[in-house]
Design a protein around this ligand. Structure first.
Ligand SMILES: [Zn+2]
Ligand SMILES: [Zn+2]
Length: 517
């Protein structure tokens, strides 16, 4: 059984009204790894539903978190907002409602295009609607117990001055320290670093619980049944452990079934790329969704257990991933696969979010599209060229749309992430013929004769080049390089048989003729 089904079975058996919670803290640029949480949540949600139980997936945006520092990607004047809730800080570009919206919107767009069926909930709104009031009151009145629990769970010394709730200063808008023993529902007295002395009504959204108290409060508010979260929270003595006790001993609720997941490791060409949310990131969630179709990206996250690290290689790895997806798709439709592949085939199915195509789609490998989109100027041309090698007989509208989508993704990848080695432009004229050697000219002439009579398929062209390259003093390597030079001005390029067959036959032969005179 796939892991999402195992978790779903547990939820369906134990919860009457399943709620799966996911969330994000949009304090800065959101990287591709943050997609793991909503994708995991949606996989579990749809698996619960396929067991006949309605399930709710919520996506909580921590929009009331404070800005912790003036990150390098922010304008200098943002220094003055440090310590304020991000829902009250202006957006840096002027186009969004506030700072939180600015950073989370591209990510929400990515989540939407992944067809993740979730309700988006803003934490700052929950506070101003008074949803946290009971938990804030519990945390403040049972503060001694909170302090004892945190001490017992974390093993750290008891902090008698621990404040579970921080009011927002009425004067400067930053989070301030409350006068702990002054609390009497609904008022907390506070002194702020700015010098202001004020009173805060806990019902009005003018303050927030600390993370260790806020997380279990959300479980109480929503009756959360299960929640995926990063493994840092799952560590012994971490916030899941303390949350479990706080929810039952302070708030009188239950902890959700935990789904801890490992992080996503960013790679390029096999090498690890460090990513840090606060310093910006080379691949954002929106980048990921623009260079890989949603079902392929879903698949990438679903094929491995949450407890395993995912390597996200945004170089050639993108092509390998799409190839693997296509292989699993073919296995799903043929029904023929090894036991070791069962999990990946199931991941393919779940990745479709209950919209598995009725029959095997027409597959065009990503690698082919990488060449095609660089040789053509629009999708119609690309389709014309593709049809020389791929049969589109019986292709449905959805098939064509999928290929279109893939072309767009490949273009996005080529524009920002692909290694230079795969990029090329077909030369409009033959390069300086003085640089073409006699041996090369002879080789080209030998090709012309055979190519004139061939049926212009990738395979046949390959055979001809392979045969003729063995018969030239250039050697195989030199022969291929000579061909690449007259077509794209580089020593290497896309697979030649496929590449040339994708070009117009007359154009290719003309080029060979021009280069051999
Ligand atoms: Zn903005
Ligand atoms: Zn203040």
């Amino acid at each position: 059984m796939h892991w999402a089904e195992v978790i779903a079975e547990n939820i369906a058996d134990n919860c009457d009204n399943p709620v799966i919670a996911t969330g994000i803290s949009p304090t800065g640029i959101i990287h591709v790894g943050s997609l793991r949480e909503p994708i995991t949540g949606e996989a579990v949600r749809s698996a619960v539903e396929s067991k006949g139980k309605k399930a709710r997936l919520i996506y909580l945006i921590d929009s009331f978190d404070p800005l912790r520092e003036c990150y390098p990607f922010l304008p200098e004047e943002y220094e003055k907002y440090v310590g304020m809730p991000i829902s009250r800080i202006p957006c840096p570009c002027g186009k969004h409602r506030n700072y939180a919206h600015h950073f989370v919107q591209p990510f929400l767009d990515a989540v939407k295009s992944l067809e993740i069926n979730c309700e988006v909930i803003w934490t700052h709104e929950l506070y101003s609607e008074g949803k946290f009031t009971k938990c804030i009151d519990d945390a403040m009145t049972k503060r001694d117990d909170v302090i004892r629990i945190l001490h017992e769970v974390t093993g750290k010394e008891e902090n008698r001055n621990y404040a579970p709730f921080k009011p927002v200063c009425e004067k400067c808008g930053r989070f301030a320290d409350p006068v702990l023993d002054s609390y009497e529902f609904p008022t907390v007295e506070y002194y702020c670093k700015c010098g202001f002395h004020g009173f805060c009504d806990i019902r009005t959204g003018e303050g927030k619980l600390t993370w260790r108290l806020e997380w279990p409060a959300k479980w109480t508010i929503f009756g959360t049944s299960a929640e995926p979260f990063g493994k840092d929270h799952a560590a012994a003595g971490g916030s899941y452990d303390s949350g479990k006790r706080i929810v039952s001993e302070i708030y009188g609720g239950n902890a959700p079934i935990p789904i801890p997941y490992e992080f996503v490791q960013l790679k390029n060409g096999g090498g690890v790329v460090q990513m840090h949310k606060s310093k910006g990131c080379p691949v954002t969630g929106l980048d990921a969704i623009q260079m890989t179709p949603p079902e392929v990206l879903n698949y990438m996250f679903l094929r491995v257990l949450p407890s395993r690290t995912i390597d996200y290689d945004y170089g050639m790895g993108i092509l390998d991933m799409a190839d693997e997806y296509d292989r699993m798709e073919a296995k799903y439709f043929s029904g023929v696969f090894k036991e070791s592949e069962e999990n990946s085939v199931k991941a393919y199915e779940i990745a479709q979010h209950n919209h598995v195509p009725a029959s095997m789609p027409v597959q065009v490998p990503y690698r082919h599209l990488v060449s095609i989109v660089q040789m053509t100027s629009n999708f119609k041309e690309a389709l014309d060229v593709l049809s020389r090698n791929t049969s589109f007989q019986g292709a449905t509208d959805d098939d064509i749309k999928r290929i279109w989508r893939r072309c767009d993704c490949v273009k996005y990848w080529l524009n920002g992430f692909a290694p230079d080695a795969v990029k090329f432009t077909v030369l409009q004229t033959v390069p300086n013929s003085g640089e073409i050697t006699m041996n090369e000219k002879v080789f080209f002439q030998a090709l012309i004769e055979r190519m004139n009579d061939c049926s212009w398929t990738a395979e046949e062209i390959n055979d001809i080049i392979s045969e003729k390259s063995k018969a030239t003093p250039l050697g195989s390597k030199g022969a291929y390089a000579a061909l690449y030079r007259i077509f794209i001005g580089k020593d290497r390029g896309p697979r030649l048989g496929f590449f040339l067959s994708s070009l117009d036959k007359k154009f290719v032969i003309n080029r060979l003729v021009q280069a051999s005179v």
